[in-house]
Design a protein around this ligand. Structure first.
Ligand code: FAD
Ligand code: NAI
Length: 471
C-alpha cells in the first residue's frame, strides 16, 4: 500500500453518473479520481446496457425489414442470411469505440482513472483493491458514490447467463433460441424480446400487471404498442405470475398462473430472460464502516443536493432515487459537481424523457393520464395518428400516434406520449417544451418543416387547444 493521496473529489464508479461527474470536475479544475472495478469505463450503459442493446435493436430491425418489408417498396432481395457472430462483432465495435472515447476524455480533462474496487475505510478515505494487484488508499474532501444498479433476480431461478439470462446474457447469446420466455414486460423485456423475435425466436412475454411497458408508460400508448408488437409476432401473457422455474433439464420450464389465481400452466423455453426490474448496487462498498444506510429498496438516502447524512459524500445515478436512466445519471453528475463547486445545481425531474427503442419507438415525458387522474388534475388531451401524416405515409410506416396532455385551464403542457417512427428523437421537442413551460398552443403555432414526422407532433398540439388540420 502506498501513502494516501489527497483529492478534491473521489468518485466510486465509472458509469454514466460517475464518468460525467469526473469530466465535469476536471473541467472545473478539481483534482479528481474515478475508481472503476470493471476495467472499462462507461458502466452498465456503455458496456452491457444502452449501447449494445441499441446496436442489436438497430441491426436486428434492418434484418427483419429486409426479410419482410422490402417487396412492397419495390426492392426484390435475394438470399438473406443472419450472421449472428458478425452482428455481435458490430455491437462490440460500437461499445469499444465509445468506452475508449470516455478514457480519452478522462485524459483530456486530467481525471485520474483508477482501475479497481473501492470501499470506504473512513469518512474521507477510500481503499482501492487494484485490478492489477495491490491496494491504494485515496483521501477526498468530497466523495461521490456512483455504483449503479444490477438486475433483480427471480427467486428460485439461478441466472447462468446462458439459459436463464438477464439483459447481460440476452445481448450476448451465441445462437437464436427457438423459444424465449421473458419474465417482465417492461423496457428490457420488450427491447430484448424484440431483438430475438426479429432474429427468429418465438417470444412470449409474461407480465404480472395488466399492461406492458413498465412504470410511466401511458395506458393508451401501452395498448397500441402491444397490438403493434403482437403483429410483429411477440406473444403476451398479461396479468400472469410465474410461480416457479426449473432449469435443471435441457431447456427451462416455467410454471405460471393468472395473477388473481387460477389454473397453473407450464411454459417451455430454450432461454428465459429475467427482466423484472433493476436494484441499486452497493455491495462491498463498506457503507457499514461509515454508518451510511439504504432504504427498503436498497437506495442510498440523500437530500436534494445529493448529500448523504455525511454531507461531503454525495450519491448519483441508479444507486439512489429516480428513474434508472443514463441521461438522468448524466444530469445528476453535472449538478452534483456544481453543488460542490458553486453551491447550486439543478435537475428538472419532471422533464426527463423515457424512450423504449422498439420498432416503432415509444417515448414520453411528463405525466400520463393515470397519474394526472390520481392527482386530481383537470386536463385536456389531443392526439394525432401517424396514419394522417404525409411523411409517415411516404415511408409506409403509419402505425402509432402523438398525444398531448395539457392543463384544462392554462393549456400548459403536462405530458407528451408518442408511439411511432422516430419517437425517441421527436420527444426532445416535448422535453424542451415542458422545460420552458410551453402551452400546447405555443407548439401548435410553431412552424414544423413539411413533410416531416414532426408535423404529427405539431398537429397533436393543435388538437389539444383546438383542431388538427389534417385529421
Ligand atoms: P452504472 O452504469 O451501473 O455504473 C456503475 C459503475 O460502478 C459500474 O461500471 C460498476 O462496475 C462500478 N462499481 C460498482 N461498485 C464499485 C466499486 N465498489 N468500486 C469501483 N467501481 C464500482 N438507460 C437509458 O437512458 N437509455 C437506454 O437505452 C438504456 N438501455 C439500457 C439497456 C439495458 C439492457 C440496461 C441493463 C440498462 C439500460 N439503461 C438505459 C439504464 C442505464 O444503463 C443506467 O441508468 C445507467 O447505466 C446508470 O448509470 P450509473 O452510472 O448510475 O450506473
Ligand atoms: P421495468 O421496471 O421497466 O419493468 C419490469 C416489469 O416486470 C414491470 O412491468 C413489472 O410489472 C414486471 N414484473 C415485476 N415482477 C414480475 C414478476 N414476478 N412476474 C412478471 N412480471 C413482473 O424493468 P426492466 O425492464 O427490468 O428494466 C430495468 C430498468 O432499466 C428500466 O426501468 C429502465 O430504468 C432501465 N432501462 C432503460 C432502457 C431505456 O431507457 N430504453 C432500456 C432498458 C433498461
Amino acid at each position: 500500500a502506498t501513502e494516501a493521496s489527497e483529492h478534491d473529489l473521489i468518485i466510486i464508479g465509472g458509469g454514466v453518473a460517475g464518468y460525467v461527474a469526473a469530466i465535469k470536475a476536471g473541467q472545473e479544475g478539481m483534482k479528481v479520481a474515478c475508481i472503476e472495478k470493471r476495467g472499462v469505463l462507461g458502466g452498465t450503459c456503455l458496456n452491457v446496457g444502452c449501447i449494445p442493446s441499441k446496436s442489436l435493436l438497430n441491426n436486428s430491425h434492418m434484418y427483419h425489414q429486409i426479410l419482410h418489408d422490402t417487396k412492397k417498396r419495390g426492392i426484390d432481395v435475394g438470399d438473406v442470411k443472419l450472421n449472428l457472430k458478425q452482428m455481435m462483432a458490430a455491437k462490440n465495435t460500437s461499445v469499444d469505440g465509445l468506452t475508449k472515447g470516455v478514457e480519452f476524455l478522462f485524459k483530456k480533462n486530467k481525471v485520474e482513472y483508477i482501475k479497481g474496487t473501492g470501499a470506504f475505510s473512513g469518512e474521507n478515505e477510500v481503499k482501492v483493491n487494484l485490478i492489477d494487484g495491490g491496494e491504494q488508499t485515496l483521501r477526498g474532501k468530497n466523495i461521490f458514490i456512483a455504483t449503479g444498479s444490477e438486475a433483480t433476480p427471480f427467486p428460485g431461478l439461478t441466472i447462468d447467463e446462458k439459459k436463464v439470462v438477464t439483459s447481460t446474457g440476452a445481448i450476448a447469446l451465441e445462437s437464436v433460441p427457438k423459444k424465449m420466455v421473458v419474465i417482465g414486460g417492461g423496457i428490457i423485456g420488450l427491447e430484448m424480446g424484440s431483438v430475438w423475435s426479429r432474429l427468429g425466436s418465438e417470444v412470449t412475454v409474461v407480465e404480472f400487471l395488466g399492461q406492458i411497458g413498465g412504470p410511466g408508460m401511458d395506458a393508451e400508448i401501452s395498448k397500441t404498442t402491444k397490438k403493434i408488437l403482437e403483429k410483429q409476432g411477440m406473444k403476451f401473457k398479461l396479468g400472469t405470475k410465474v410461480l416457479k422455474g426449473d432449469s435443471s433439464g435441457e431447456g427451462v420450464k416455467l410454471e405460471v398462473e393468472a395473477a388473481k389465481g387460477g389454473k397453473a400452466e407450464t411454459l417451455d423455453a430454450d432461454v428465459v430472460l429475467v427482466a423484472i426490474g433493476r436494484r441499486p448496487y452497493t455491495a462491498g462498498l463498506g457503507l457499514e464502516n461509515i454508518g451510511l444506510e439504504v432504504d427498503n429498496k436498497g437506495r442510498l438516502i440523500i437530500d436534494e443536493q445529493y448529500r448523504t447524512k455525511l454531507p461531503h459524500i454525495r450519491v448519483i445515478g441508479d444507486c439512489t432515487f429516480g428513474p434508472m436512466l443514463a441521461h438522468k445519471a448524466e444530469e445528476e453528475g453535472v449538478a452534483a459537481v456544481e453543488f460542490v463547486k458553486k453551491g447550486y445545481g439543478h435537475v428538472n425531474y419532471n422533464a426527463i424523457p423515457s424512450v423504449m427503442y422498439t420498432h416503432p419507438e415509444v417515448a414520453w415525458v411528463g405525466q400520463n393520464e393515470a397519474e394526472l387522474k390520481e392527482q386530481g388534475v383537470k386536463y385536456k388531451a389531443g392526439s394525432f395518428p401517424f396514419s394522417a401524416n404525409s411523411r409517415a405515409k411516404t415511408n409506409l410506416e403509419t402505425e402509432g400516434m402523438v398525444k398531448f396532455l395539457a392543463d384544462a385551464e392554462t393549456d400548459r403542457i403536462l405530458g407528451i406520449h408518442i408511439v411511432g417512427p422516430n419517437a425517441g428523437e421527436m420527444i426532445a421537442e416535448g422535453v424542451l417544451a415542458i422545460e420552458y413551460g410551453a402551452s400546447s398552443e405555443d407548439v401548435g403555432r410553431t412552424s414544423h418543416a413539411h413533410p416531416t414526422l414532426a408535423e404529427a407532433f405539431k398537429e397533436a398540439a393543435m388538437a389539444t387547444y383546438g383542431k388538427a388540420i389534417h385529421y
